[in-house]
Structure formats: C-alpha cells, structure tokens
Design a protein around this ligand. Sequence first.
Ligand code: URA
Length: 255
Amino acid sequence: MALCGVTSRRASEEIILKGRVMVNGETVDYMGCEVDPDYDTVEVDGIVIKPEAKKYYILLNKPKGYVTTVSDEFDRPTVMELVKDVHARIYPVGRLDYDTAGLLIMTNDGDFANVLTHPSHAVNKGYIAKLNNLPDNDALKRLREGVELDGRLTSPAKVEVLNPSKHGCEIKITIHEGRNRQVRRMFEAVGAEVTSLKRISVGNVTLGNLPEGKWRHLNDAERQRLMGRGKKNHSRSKTRYCPTVVGYYIKQFII
Ligand code: URA
C-alpha cells in the first residue's frame, strides 16, 4: 500500500487490521498476505490501488540508420532495439531523423517528455553538422537571424564554425525549435549541404563520450536541470520529481 502511495507502512498496517482492505474481493485483516500486482486486485475502502510505475530517464547515443519510433511500418531498425535491456515501456522524447546520430532522451514519464518537447519551454538542442563547403558570412548571418522554412522564419540560432578547411567545415548549431528536419533544411536554405548530423546536447545535458548505440541513465542533477527549463510554465513539476516513487518492478510485495 505504501508503494501505491496510499499512506505510510505503519498507517497501512492499521488500515489492514481495521478490515478496510480487500484482495480479489476478500477482506484481508492480517499481516503478510502476498499479492502480485499483475494478477491480484487490491482495494482500500472499495477503491482499487496500483503501484506507481518506476520512472525511467534514459540517454541513448543513437547511431545513424535507426528510426526514432516505437515501431516502423517499413520494418527499419528502431531505437527500441537499442534499449531492450531497459525493462520498462519507455519511448523517445522528440525525434532524430533516420540519418541523424546522437543524443536521444527516452522515458516513461509523460510530464517530463512534455516539458522537453513543448514549444513554450524552448529547450536548446545542440548539433554538429558536417558540411562539404564553407558557408560565407551572409549565410552564417541568415542562419543566426532566421531563415524561412514553410513560410515562417526560424528562431535565432547560435552558430559556430569549427575546423574550416578547403574541403568543408563542421558547424555547431544550437536551436530550440523542433521543426521537421529543421537543421538540414536551414542549411539547405542557405545553399549548404549537410553530409552528417549529430545531436550533442539537449538543454544542459551533453552526450559526452557515451559510445554509439549505448545508453545510460540521466542522473538526478541532469533530470532536474532539464525539468527546471520548464518550471516557469509548469508549476506542478516541482512536486512531481521528488524521489519517492519506487516499485513497479518489485513484483511481489506485502501489503
Ligand atoms: N534537425 C534535422 O534536420 N534532423 C534531425 O534529426 C534533428 C534536427
């Protein structure tokens, strides 16, 4: 009952002893009755209770050649194959194209996903784009100030040229919108072709040296920093992320 957020363990014992708990329709007024949350129905005062699901916050280094969906109608590999060892129903937060690599966050926490993807929260996303030419100053200015895509200017972007050479360059570009193939189309709009694209950051969270195809858990500080981005429009988020929830993975427990 404590795992279901009903009340503390001690107070749960009192509730049980008062005969207010039923398991599969039978009153249980003694300690030590084992239940399986997948099969048994537990009621307190006639209300069905369920364990709160453990929340997962995963950072995956997505390789090229994977779609960012739970299933693909064309049978292409999906990012789900890379997180098979996470035993929870997580899903990707936002999208990276099939041919884009890098930082992808996955979670089973809908509020968290909403904070990261809602346009009003304007979470920055950083990318390294490899180009086979070197955009001139006018093109860089347009990227920074906004280019027209689908009849609408993109928001100002941070743009930094790295490693320029006669064969091309790498550009670090940071945007906070999430329009379809936005980075590639922004470069196309200024006459540059992206030969490879990798996302290296979301908010303050960076990919670091996590190998391609591998995942790790976000740590508490990273998770809270990402949530902090949305606080101004998400007054409830503060109470949602205190580390109180344990448990759906504990299959058998004692009420
Ligand atoms: N912009 C793109 O063009 N592709 C991505 O995958 C992400 C941002």
